[in-house]
Design a protein. Structure first.
Length: 321
Protein backbone atom coordinates (compact mmCIF):
# COMPACT_ATOMS: atom_id res chain seq x y z
CA UNK A 1 0.00 0.00 0.00
CA UNK A 2 2.78 2.44 0.92
CA UNK A 3 4.63 1.55 -2.27
CA UNK A 4 1.52 2.28 -4.34
CA UNK A 5 1.03 5.58 -2.52
CA UNK A 6 4.65 6.59 -3.12
CA UNK A 7 4.44 5.66 -6.80
CA UNK A 8 1.18 7.62 -7.30
CA UNK A 9 2.65 10.71 -5.69
CA UNK A 10 5.74 10.47 -7.86
CA UNK A 11 3.48 10.27 -10.94
CA UNK A 12 1.48 13.31 -9.80
CA UNK A 13 4.55 15.41 -9.05
CA UNK A 14 6.20 14.35 -12.30
CA UNK A 15 3.06 15.32 -14.26
CA UNK A 16 2.95 18.84 -12.83
CA UNK A 17 6.70 19.32 -13.15
CA UNK A 18 6.38 18.30 -16.80
CA UNK A 19 3.76 21.03 -17.32
CA UNK A 20 6.03 23.64 -15.78
CA UNK A 21 9.02 22.32 -17.70
CA UNK A 22 7.02 22.61 -20.91
CA UNK A 23 6.51 26.26 -20.10
CA UNK A 24 10.24 26.73 -19.62
CA UNK A 25 10.83 24.95 -22.90
CA UNK A 26 8.34 27.27 -24.58
CA UNK A 27 10.24 30.24 -23.16
CA UNK A 28 13.47 28.96 -24.70
CA UNK A 29 11.76 28.27 -28.01
CA UNK A 30 10.15 31.70 -27.97
CA UNK A 31 13.48 33.34 -27.27
CA UNK A 32 15.08 31.39 -30.12
CA UNK A 33 12.25 32.41 -32.44
CA UNK A 34 12.72 36.05 -31.48
CA UNK A 35 16.42 35.81 -32.30
CA UNK A 36 15.56 34.37 -35.71
CA UNK A 37 13.02 37.12 -36.39
CA UNK A 38 15.47 39.91 -35.62
CA UNK A 39 16.14 42.37 -32.78
CA UNK A 40 12.99 44.44 -33.23
CA UNK A 41 10.74 41.39 -32.87
CA UNK A 42 12.59 40.28 -29.74
CA UNK A 43 12.32 43.72 -28.17
CA UNK A 44 8.59 43.92 -28.93
CA UNK A 45 7.90 40.52 -27.31
CA UNK A 46 10.08 41.18 -24.29
CA UNK A 47 8.51 44.58 -23.59
CA UNK A 48 4.89 43.62 -24.29
CA UNK A 49 3.71 43.65 -20.64
CA UNK A 50 5.86 46.70 -19.84
CA UNK A 51 4.26 48.78 -22.57
CA UNK A 52 0.80 48.31 -21.10
CA UNK A 53 -0.65 50.82 -18.67
CA UNK A 54 0.02 49.71 -15.08
CA UNK A 55 -3.55 50.52 -14.07
CA UNK A 56 -4.86 48.28 -16.87
CA UNK A 57 -2.52 45.48 -15.81
CA UNK A 58 -3.78 45.75 -12.23
CA UNK A 59 -7.37 45.39 -13.44
CA UNK A 60 -6.51 42.44 -15.68
CA UNK A 61 -4.94 40.64 -12.72
CA UNK A 62 -8.39 40.75 -11.11
CA UNK A 63 -9.76 38.81 -14.09
CA UNK A 64 -8.82 35.10 -13.92
CA UNK A 65 -9.60 34.69 -17.64
CA UNK A 66 -7.55 37.60 -19.00
CA UNK A 67 -4.77 37.21 -21.57
CA UNK A 68 -2.01 38.09 -19.08
CA UNK A 69 0.71 35.57 -18.28
CA UNK A 70 1.95 35.89 -14.70
CA UNK A 71 3.37 34.02 -11.75
CA UNK A 72 1.73 34.55 -8.37
CA UNK A 73 3.22 33.91 -4.94
CA UNK A 74 0.44 34.12 -2.35
CA UNK A 75 1.90 34.13 1.16
CA UNK A 76 -0.18 33.61 4.29
CA UNK A 77 2.30 34.83 6.90
CA UNK A 78 0.97 34.16 9.47
CA UNK A 79 -2.30 32.24 9.54
CA UNK A 80 -4.06 31.63 12.85
CA UNK A 81 -6.05 28.48 13.67
CA UNK A 82 -8.48 27.87 16.51
CA UNK A 83 -11.42 25.73 17.59
CA UNK A 84 -13.03 23.78 20.38
CA UNK A 85 -10.19 21.28 20.73
CA UNK A 86 -7.70 24.10 21.37
CA UNK A 87 -7.77 25.34 24.95
CA UNK A 88 -4.95 27.84 24.61
CA UNK A 89 -4.08 30.69 22.28
CA UNK A 90 -4.71 30.32 18.52
CA UNK A 91 -2.04 28.28 16.74
CA UNK A 92 0.03 29.96 14.03
CA UNK A 93 0.97 28.56 10.62
CA UNK A 94 2.50 29.73 7.36
CA UNK A 95 1.81 28.80 3.73
CA UNK A 96 2.87 29.94 0.26
CA UNK A 97 0.74 29.15 -2.79
CA UNK A 98 2.73 29.13 -6.03
CA UNK A 99 0.48 29.69 -9.06
CA UNK A 100 1.69 30.29 -12.62
CA UNK A 101 -1.19 31.46 -14.81
CA UNK A 102 -0.87 30.61 -18.50
CA UNK A 103 -3.67 31.62 -20.92
CA UNK A 104 -2.95 29.51 -24.01
CA UNK A 105 -4.55 30.77 -27.26
CA UNK A 106 -6.37 27.94 -29.01
CA UNK A 107 -7.89 29.57 -32.08
CA UNK A 108 -8.98 32.98 -33.34
CA UNK A 109 -7.39 36.34 -32.69
CA UNK A 110 -8.29 39.62 -31.07
CA UNK A 111 -11.73 39.69 -29.44
CA UNK A 112 -12.64 36.44 -31.24
CA UNK A 113 -9.88 34.42 -29.61
CA UNK A 114 -10.65 31.35 -27.49
CA UNK A 115 -8.14 30.64 -24.73
CA UNK A 116 -7.52 27.79 -22.30
CA UNK A 117 -6.35 29.20 -19.00
CA UNK A 118 -4.14 26.84 -17.01
CA UNK A 119 -3.73 27.76 -13.35
CA UNK A 120 -1.77 25.04 -11.47
CA UNK A 121 -1.99 25.62 -7.72
CA UNK A 122 1.00 24.36 -5.73
CA UNK A 123 0.66 24.83 -1.94
CA UNK A 124 3.96 25.02 -0.07
CA UNK A 125 3.32 24.51 3.64
CA UNK A 126 5.99 25.94 5.93
CA UNK A 127 4.14 25.15 9.15
CA UNK A 128 0.65 23.66 9.57
CA UNK A 129 -0.80 22.89 13.03
CA UNK A 130 -2.55 19.51 12.94
CA UNK A 131 -4.65 18.29 15.91
CA UNK A 132 -3.28 15.15 17.53
CA UNK A 133 -5.75 14.92 20.39
CA UNK A 134 -7.45 17.41 22.73
CA UNK A 135 -5.21 20.46 23.11
CA UNK A 136 -2.35 18.55 21.46
CA UNK A 137 -0.89 19.54 18.10
CA UNK A 138 1.91 18.64 15.77
CA UNK A 139 3.33 20.85 13.03
CA UNK A 140 3.72 19.58 9.48
CA UNK A 141 5.53 21.06 6.51
CA UNK A 142 5.94 20.14 2.85
CA UNK A 143 3.94 20.31 -0.37
CA UNK A 144 0.19 19.79 -0.43
CA UNK A 145 -1.99 18.24 -3.13
CA UNK A 146 -1.67 20.11 -6.45
CA UNK A 147 -4.72 21.40 -8.31
CA UNK A 148 -4.92 22.08 -12.06
CA UNK A 149 -7.92 23.96 -13.49
CA UNK A 150 -8.19 24.03 -17.31
CA UNK A 151 -10.72 26.78 -18.04
CA UNK A 152 -11.90 27.66 -21.55
CA UNK A 153 -12.84 31.32 -21.90
CA UNK A 154 -15.70 32.75 -23.91
CA UNK A 155 -14.39 35.06 -26.68
CA UNK A 156 -14.62 38.76 -25.77
CA UNK A 157 -16.64 39.35 -28.94
CA UNK A 158 -19.42 37.20 -27.47
CA UNK A 159 -18.94 37.80 -23.75
CA UNK A 160 -18.43 41.57 -24.18
CA UNK A 161 -17.80 42.99 -20.69
CA UNK A 162 -18.73 39.72 -19.01
CA UNK A 163 -16.19 37.18 -17.76
CA UNK A 164 -17.34 33.70 -18.73
CA UNK A 165 -15.46 30.41 -18.67
CA UNK A 166 -15.68 26.75 -17.69
CA UNK A 167 -13.71 23.54 -17.85
CA UNK A 168 -12.39 20.61 -15.83
CA UNK A 169 -10.27 20.83 -12.70
CA UNK A 170 -8.02 18.08 -11.33
CA UNK A 171 -6.35 17.43 -7.99
CA UNK A 172 -3.23 15.28 -7.86
CA UNK A 173 -2.03 13.38 -4.75
CA UNK A 174 1.30 15.20 -4.59
CA UNK A 175 1.35 15.86 -0.83
CA UNK A 176 4.63 14.99 0.86
CA UNK A 177 2.82 14.29 4.14
CA UNK A 178 -0.46 12.41 4.59
CA UNK A 179 -1.74 15.24 6.83
CA UNK A 180 -1.30 17.72 3.96
CA UNK A 181 -3.31 15.80 1.35
CA UNK A 182 -6.07 13.30 0.74
CA UNK A 183 -4.07 10.49 -0.97
CA UNK A 184 -6.64 10.54 -3.77
CA UNK A 185 -6.97 11.52 -7.41
CA UNK A 186 -9.90 13.93 -7.80
CA UNK A 187 -11.64 15.84 -10.59
CA UNK A 188 -14.67 18.00 -11.22
CA UNK A 189 -15.92 21.19 -12.87
CA UNK A 190 -14.51 24.72 -12.71
CA UNK A 191 -16.71 27.70 -13.57
CA UNK A 192 -15.93 31.41 -13.70
CA UNK A 193 -18.42 34.25 -14.07
CA UNK A 194 -17.91 37.95 -13.56
CA UNK A 195 -17.98 41.43 -15.05
CA UNK A 196 -15.32 43.98 -15.94
CA UNK A 197 -15.35 47.72 -16.52
CA UNK A 198 -12.66 50.37 -16.66
CA UNK A 199 -12.14 50.55 -12.89
CA UNK A 200 -14.15 47.69 -11.40
CA UNK A 201 -13.81 43.93 -11.90
CA UNK A 202 -15.73 41.32 -9.96
CA UNK A 203 -15.67 37.55 -10.41
CA UNK A 204 -16.86 34.29 -8.89
CA UNK A 205 -14.58 31.31 -9.55
CA UNK A 206 -15.83 27.96 -8.28
CA UNK A 207 -14.36 24.44 -8.24
CA UNK A 208 -15.74 21.11 -7.05
CA UNK A 209 -13.87 17.83 -6.60
CA UNK A 210 -14.93 14.21 -6.39
CA UNK A 211 -12.64 11.23 -5.93
CA UNK A 212 -11.78 9.36 -9.15
CA UNK A 213 -9.01 7.14 -7.80
CA UNK A 214 -7.03 6.17 -4.72
CA UNK A 215 -3.34 6.77 -4.08
CA UNK A 216 -2.71 4.90 -0.85
CA UNK A 217 -5.83 6.27 0.84
CA UNK A 218 -6.24 5.01 4.42
CA UNK A 219 -9.46 3.19 5.29
CA UNK A 220 -10.47 5.89 7.78
CA UNK A 221 -10.12 8.69 5.18
CA UNK A 222 -13.38 9.50 3.43
CA UNK A 223 -13.64 9.91 -0.32
CA UNK A 224 -13.11 13.47 -1.52
CA UNK A 225 -16.24 15.59 -2.02
CA UNK A 226 -15.32 19.23 -1.56
CA UNK A 227 -15.55 22.61 -3.23
CA UNK A 228 -14.21 26.13 -3.18
CA UNK A 229 -15.49 29.52 -4.33
CA UNK A 230 -13.23 32.51 -4.90
CA UNK A 231 -15.16 35.77 -4.76
CA UNK A 232 -13.10 38.71 -5.89
CA UNK A 233 -13.70 42.44 -6.34
CA UNK A 234 -10.93 44.74 -7.61
CA UNK A 235 -11.34 48.50 -7.85
CA UNK A 236 -8.64 50.42 -9.67
CA UNK A 237 -7.37 53.73 -8.33
CA UNK A 238 -4.85 56.02 -9.97
CA UNK A 239 -1.10 55.43 -10.29
CA UNK A 240 -1.35 51.64 -10.28
CA UNK A 241 -3.18 51.33 -6.94
CA UNK A 242 -6.03 48.88 -6.30
CA UNK A 243 -8.31 48.04 -3.40
CA UNK A 244 -10.61 45.08 -3.12
CA UNK A 245 -11.27 41.67 -1.66
CA UNK A 246 -10.48 38.11 -2.84
CA UNK A 247 -11.19 35.46 -0.16
CA UNK A 248 -11.95 31.82 -0.95
CA UNK A 249 -14.88 30.00 0.64
CA UNK A 250 -14.21 26.30 1.38
CA UNK A 251 -16.74 23.48 1.71
CA UNK A 252 -16.08 19.86 2.73
CA UNK A 253 -19.14 17.68 2.27
CA UNK A 254 -17.53 14.75 4.13
CA UNK A 255 -16.80 16.72 7.30
CA UNK A 256 -19.06 16.34 10.32
CA UNK A 257 -21.82 18.81 11.12
CA UNK A 258 -20.37 22.16 12.19
CA UNK A 259 -17.10 21.51 10.39
CA UNK A 260 -18.10 21.74 6.72
CA UNK A 261 -17.66 25.46 5.97
CA UNK A 262 -14.91 28.06 6.08
CA UNK A 263 -16.19 31.51 5.05
CA UNK A 264 -13.60 34.29 5.19
CA UNK A 265 -14.09 38.00 4.60
CA UNK A 266 -11.33 40.51 4.08
CA UNK A 267 -9.79 43.34 2.13
CA UNK A 268 -6.54 44.14 0.36
CA UNK A 269 -4.53 47.11 -0.82
CA UNK A 270 -2.33 46.64 -3.86
CA UNK A 271 -0.19 48.46 -6.37
CA UNK A 272 1.26 47.52 -9.75
CA UNK A 273 4.78 48.85 -10.18
CA UNK A 274 7.58 48.51 -12.70
CA UNK A 275 10.61 46.71 -11.29
CA UNK A 276 13.53 46.46 -13.69
CA UNK A 277 11.23 46.59 -16.70
CA UNK A 278 8.85 43.95 -15.30
CA UNK A 279 5.32 44.86 -14.13
CA UNK A 280 4.86 43.47 -10.62
CA UNK A 281 1.70 43.61 -8.55
CA UNK A 282 2.17 43.82 -4.78
CA UNK A 283 -0.73 43.26 -2.41
CA UNK A 284 -1.21 43.08 1.32
CA UNK A 285 -4.47 42.02 2.91
CA UNK A 286 -6.17 40.65 5.99
CA UNK A 287 -8.85 37.95 6.13
CA UNK A 288 -11.03 36.74 9.00
CA UNK A 289 -13.29 33.66 8.94
CA UNK A 290 -16.79 34.58 10.04
CA UNK A 291 -17.65 30.87 9.69
CA UNK A 292 -15.06 28.17 10.39
CA UNK A 293 -15.03 24.52 11.53
CA UNK A 294 -16.11 24.17 15.15
CA UNK A 295 -13.38 21.68 16.00
CA UNK A 296 -10.37 23.42 14.44
CA UNK A 297 -9.86 25.66 11.41
CA UNK A 298 -8.51 28.90 10.01
CA UNK A 299 -9.44 31.91 12.10
CA UNK A 300 -7.50 34.71 10.39
CA UNK A 301 -4.63 35.28 7.98
CA UNK A 302 -2.34 38.09 6.89
CA UNK A 303 -1.80 37.78 3.13
CA UNK A 304 1.02 39.19 1.04
CA UNK A 305 0.94 38.58 -2.71
CA UNK A 306 3.76 39.11 -5.20
CA UNK A 307 2.75 38.77 -8.86
CA UNK A 308 5.26 39.45 -11.65
CA UNK A 309 3.77 39.67 -15.15
CA UNK A 310 5.72 37.79 -17.81
CA UNK A 311 5.65 37.83 -21.64
CA UNK A 312 3.26 35.34 -23.20
CA UNK A 313 5.15 32.14 -23.91
CA UNK A 314 2.74 31.07 -26.66
CA UNK A 315 1.87 33.90 -29.02
CA UNK A 316 0.05 32.18 -31.89
CA UNK A 317 -3.16 30.13 -31.58
CA UNK A 318 -2.43 26.40 -31.48
CA UNK A 319 -5.19 25.55 -33.96
CA UNK A 320 -5.02 28.49 -36.33
CA UNK A 321 -6.40 31.98 -36.47
Amino acid sequence: MHGLCYTSKRIAITFVVAILAAGVGSTHASAQSQEDDGPNSAADAANAPEEQDLDAIGQKLGNPLSNLWFVQFSNNFPSFFDGNINRGDPKAGATTVFQPVMPIPLWGEGDSQVRMITRPIVPIVWAQPVPDGPDKFEYNSGIGDIQLPLVFSKPDKIASSWILGAGPVFEFPAATDSQLGADQWSAGPAIAIGHKSENLTWVLFGNYFWKIGSAGQDNDVRDTSKGSLLYSVTYGLNDGWQIGTNPTILYNHQASSGNKWTVPVGAFLGRTVNLGGVPVNLRVGLEYSIVRPDDFGTQAALRFLITPVIPGLIQKPLFGE
